[in-house]
Design a protein around this ligand. Structure first.
Ligand SMILES: NC(=O)c1ccc[n+]([C@@H]2O[C@H](COP(=O)([O-])OP(=O)(O)OC[C@H]3O[C@@H](n4cnc5c(N)ncnc54)[C@H](O)[C@@H]3O)[C@@H](O)[C@H]2O)c1
Length: 320
């Protein structure tokens, strides 16, 4: 595959994907990004390659998407409202982006017979009490009055649309559900917990935990994610859903302590109730751990890092 489209390519995962694709000899990459949470600096560094065409617009505002997509081999659709804090501050816009932009991208992909990988989320499992979340686990999202679930619901709509179009033989989609991806260049300002904690620790400022810190998460290295993306596209794993994540869990309190130790910081941990930040429209899953057998068995790729090595690398990158 030589010609690739990446929506949301100026974002955290998208820019890592660009780097990897260029290293693998991709000749032409079309990036569409409105820079709402992405950064010019994430893609500036690739400008010398002359292989990137950047359209600084909302996907849903691009007039001739179908024409623009002509001649491309594959599309990674990453553009979305992302991050709990960003979603809670941009509720309706995030919903519209996640639904309308995806619809527009599917239409353009169908017109040009381009397969597409879409990035769904672990949020679609909601507060499922299954011990392990397989791709077939039942979703248990909260009521519509708890607006944080709007992100999960919009990504579920994307999944349903992709799978319906596949069933009707109109589109070749690959769906990945990402579980807390971390790595260099992830921004802290949109509520992502790891960069937020590391920034605070490096500045010896208080680390603020939302809730009591007993909630656990499993964090995944961004380079593993881009390896999976490329492999799934090469393998033409169309019409399938895959968890991408790590099985190692850590509570948010332990994460804060680990970050403080690894940064040799004097930061103190403070706790604040979710309601105080987001009001009563919020609830938080107590744990979130994927079963990753399906993707590991298919691709032969296993997660390459543990939480300690990931934090170490991010801290080293931030210090640089
Ligand atoms: N990072 C994670 O832990 C995680 C977890 C689950 C799912 N995801 C999904 O992965 C994808 C990439 O996330 P990320 O972590 O790189 O976040 P990110 O915010 O860095 O990337 C999203 C990019 O999309 C752009 N964007 C947003 N709305 C747009 C629009 N309407 N048109 C054009 N561009 C738009 C943003 O400017 C940004 O560059 C998203 O779809 C997200 O929902 C990420």
């Amino acid at each position: 595959m030589k010609k690739i489209i990446i929506t949301g390519g100026a974002g955290f995962i998208g820019s890592h994907l660009i780097e990897k694709l260029l290293n693998r000899g991709v000749e032409d990459i079309l990036v569409i990004d409105d820079l709402s949470t992405g950064k010019n600096s994430n893609i500036d560094k690739f400008s010398e390659s002359n292989k990137i065409t950047f359209i600084n617009k909302k996907v849903e505002d691009v007039d001739n998407l179908s024409e623009l997509f002509r001649g491309f081999d594959f599309c990674y659709h990453l553009a979305a409202g992302v991050g709990v804090q960003y979603i809670m501050e941009n509720l309706s816009q995030s919903l519209l982006t996640n639904i309308m932009a995806t619809h527009e991208v599917f239409e353009a992909c169908k017109d040009n017979d381009i397969p597409v990988l879409i990035t769904s989320t672990s949020e679609v499992y909601g507060v499922s009490e299954d011990k392990e979340w397989t791709e077939e686990s039942r979703s248990l999202i909260g009521p519509t009055t708890k607006l944080r679930w709007s992100y999960a619901a919009s990504k579920m709509i994307d999944e349903f649309l992709a799978l319906s179009e596949y069933e009707e033989k109109k589109l070749n989609p690959i769906i990945v559900r990402l579980f807390n991806i971390i790595g260099p260049n992830q921004l802290s300002e949109f509520g992502m917990v790891v960069p937020k904690f590391i920034d605070a620790a490096l500045n010896n400022e208080n680390i603020v935990i939302h809730g009591d810190g007993s909630q656990s998460r499993s964090f995944t290295w961004v380079e593993d994610v881009t390896d999976y993306f490329i492999k799934l596209a090469e393998m033409k794993a169309y019409g399938q859903v895959f968890n991408i994540g790590q099985t190692q869990e850590i509570t948010i309190k332990d994460l804060a302590e680990l970050v403080i130790n690894m940064c040799e910081s004097t930061s103190e941990i403070k706790y604040i109730e979710h309601e105080k930040i987001f009001g009563d429209k919020f609830e938080d899953p107590t744990r979130r751990t994927p079963n990753i057998e399906k993707i590991v068995n298919l691709t032969g790729i296993s997660p390459s890092e543990n939480i300690e090595s990931m934090i170490k690398k991010i801290v080293a990158h931030k210090k640089k």
